[in-house]
Design a protein around this ligand. Structure first.
Ligand code: ACO
Length: 368
C-alpha cells in the first residue's frame, strides 16, 4: 500500500521514486497526454504547429504573455541580432582547453554571452544558441568559425554553417519542423531542473545551463545519437530481430523506445517521420527505419508484456537529422537549441509563482 500524507483534504503519496506521478508545477505552456498519445502546445495539437510554423513563429506562440509583444512580433530579426551577439563570444570559446565536445563548447559560449537581466534574456539566449552551436561544431572539428548571416532564419543559418552548404528549402523546413516539435514537453527532467533553479531566484542563464546538464543523459536528450548507432549496427532490416533480441537478452535498453509518461505512441515520432517525405533521396532510409521500428516494437512487447514500450521522439529525430546532413555528435546539442525556448518559458512561468521547489528526503539509516 502506498504511504500517503494529507494536505488540504487530499491524500498525496509520501514517497514516489523518480517523482513518478507527482504534479510539481502548473503550466499553461504544454500538456502531455500519456494515455492518449497527444501533445498540446498553448492549446494547439503539435501536429497543427510543427511543419506549419517556423522556429521563430512557434517560439512567439509559446512565449505569449511571458515575453513582451513588441519582441514577439520581431523574433526573426531579434534572433538574427542575437546570433551576432553570439559571434562576439567565439574568441572566448576558441581559447578554451582542447578536447571539449560541441555540447561543452556551446555551454561555455552561453556562460560568456553578454546579457541584460530583463525579459529580453529569453530572446537573446534562445536566439544566440544556433550560432553558438555552429561555432562550437567548427571549433571542436578544428575549422574556422564563419560569421552569422542575419538575412537568414535561425534554421537556415545554423544548417548553412553546420553543413557548409546553402540549405535547400526542404532541408531548412525539416530542421524547423524538428526544432518546433521539441520546443516544450511538460515537466521533463531538464525542464524540471530549469524550474528548480529558477525557483531559488537564480538567473535565467543559470537555469538554462543547469538544464543543459540534465538533458545530455542517455535516458533523456542523449538518446538520438545512439539510435543512429543502433540502426547502423543492425544494417539491414533482416538482421533486426536477432540483433534486438541479443541487446534485450544482455539487459540493454533500446534507444528511442519507452517513455515515462507516454503509454501510447509519442505523437512527435509521427510528426518527425512525416518530415522525411519531402527530403529527396531518402525513401530507402525511411523504409529501413520503419522496418526496424516494427521489429523493435514486437520484441519489446514480448520482452516487457506488463509495460507498454512505444516509439519515442528520439527514434525519428535521429533519422530526420541524419537526412538533413547533421552529424550525430550534434543531435543532443541541437535538442538543447530547440528546448531552450521551452526552458526559458518555464523559467518565466516559475518566477511568477515565487514558490521555492524543495521536496523532502526520507532518512533511512544504514544498518550495521
Ligand atoms: N528498452 C528496453 N527496456 C526498456 C526500455 C527500452 N527502451 N525502456 C524501459 N524499459 C524497461 C526497463 O528495463 C524496466 O524494466 P524492469 O521493470 O524489468 O526493470 C521497465 O521497462 C520500466 O523502465 P523504467 O526505467 O522504470 O521506466 P521510466 O519511465 O523511468 O523510463 C525511459 C523511461 C528512461 C525513457 C526509458 O524508457 C528508457 O531508458 N528508454 C531508452 C532511452 C531513450 O529512448 N530515451 C529518450 C526518452 S525521450 C526524451 O527524454 C526526450
Amino acid at each position: 500500500m502506498t504511504e500517503v500524507f494529507k494536505s488540504g483534504g487530499n491524500e498525496l503519496p509520501l514517497f514516489a521514486p523518480g517523482l513518478e506521478g507527482i504534479i510539481a508545477a502548473e503550466t499553461v505552456l504544454s500538456d502531455v497526454d500519456g494515455e492518449g498519445g497527444r501533445l498540446t502546445l498553448r492549446g494547439r495539437p503539435i501536429e497543427e504547429i510543427a511543419g506549419r510554423m517556423t522556429f521563430e513563429e512557434a517560439a512567439a506562440l509559446l512565449w505569449q504573455g511571458f515575453v513582451p509583444d513588441e519582441y514577439l512580433s520581431r523574433l526573426l530579426e531579434l534572433f538574427a541580432q542575437a546570433r551576432q551577439v553570439a559571434a562576439r563570444v567565439v574568441a572566448t570559446m576558441q581559447s578554451s582547453p582542447a578536447g571539449l565536445s560541441a555540447y561543452e563548447l556551446m555551454r561555455l559560449g552561453l556562460e560568456a554571452l553578454p546579457l541584460d537581466r530583463d525579459r529580453n534574456e529569453a530572446v537573446t539566449i534562445s536566439g544566440a544558441l544556433p550560432h553558438l552551436l555552429a561555432a562550437a561544431n567548427a571549433i571542436s572539428t578544428g575549422r574556422q568559425v564563419a560569421p552569422p548571416d542575419p538575412s537568414l532564419s535561425s534554421a537556415e543559418d545554423m544548417l548553412r554553417l553546420l553543413t557548409g552548404k546553402i540549405p535547400l528549402p526542404e532541408q531548412a523546413a525539416a530542421l524547423d519542423r524538428y526544432l518546433v516539435t521539441i520546443l516544450d514537453h511538460g515537466l521533463n527532467a531538464s525542464t524540471f531542473t530549469a524550474r528548480v533553479i529558477a525557483s531559488t531566484g537564480s538567473d535565467m542563464r543559470s537555469s538554462v545551463i543547469g538544464a543543459f546538464g540534465a538533458l545530455k543523459g542517455p535516458l533523456h536528450g542523449g538518446a538520438p545519437g545512439p539510435v543512429l548507432d543502433m540502426l547502423d549496427a543492425i544494417g539491414t532490416p533482416e538482421n533486426a530481430e536477432a540483433w534486438i533480441a541479443g541487446e534485450l537478452a544482455a539487459g540493454h535498453r533500446l534507444m528511442g523506445f519507452g517513455h515515462r509518461i507516454y503509454r501510447a505512441r509519442d505523437p512527435r515520432a509521427d510528426v518527425l517521420r512525416d518530415g522525411l517525405a519531402p527530403l529527396r533521396g531518402n525513401s530507402e532510409n525511411l523504409r529501413k527505419a520503419e522496418a526496424i521500428e516494427k521489429s523493435a516494437l514486437a520484441a519489446l512487447a514480448r520482452h516487457r508484456s506488463n509495460r507498454k514500450l512505444e516509439t519515442n521522439v528520439e527514434f525519428y529525430t535521429a533519422v530526420l537529422l541524419d537526412a538533413v546532413g547533421i552529424d550525430r555528435s550534434l543531435f543532443t546539442p541541437l535538442f538543447a537549441v530547440g528546448r531552450t525556448v521551452g526552458w526559458c518559458a518555464h523559467v518565466l512561468e516559475q518566477r511568477a509563482t515565487g514558490k521555492l521547489i524543495r521536496p523532502m528526503s526520507r532518512y533511512v539509516p544504514e544498518t550495521a
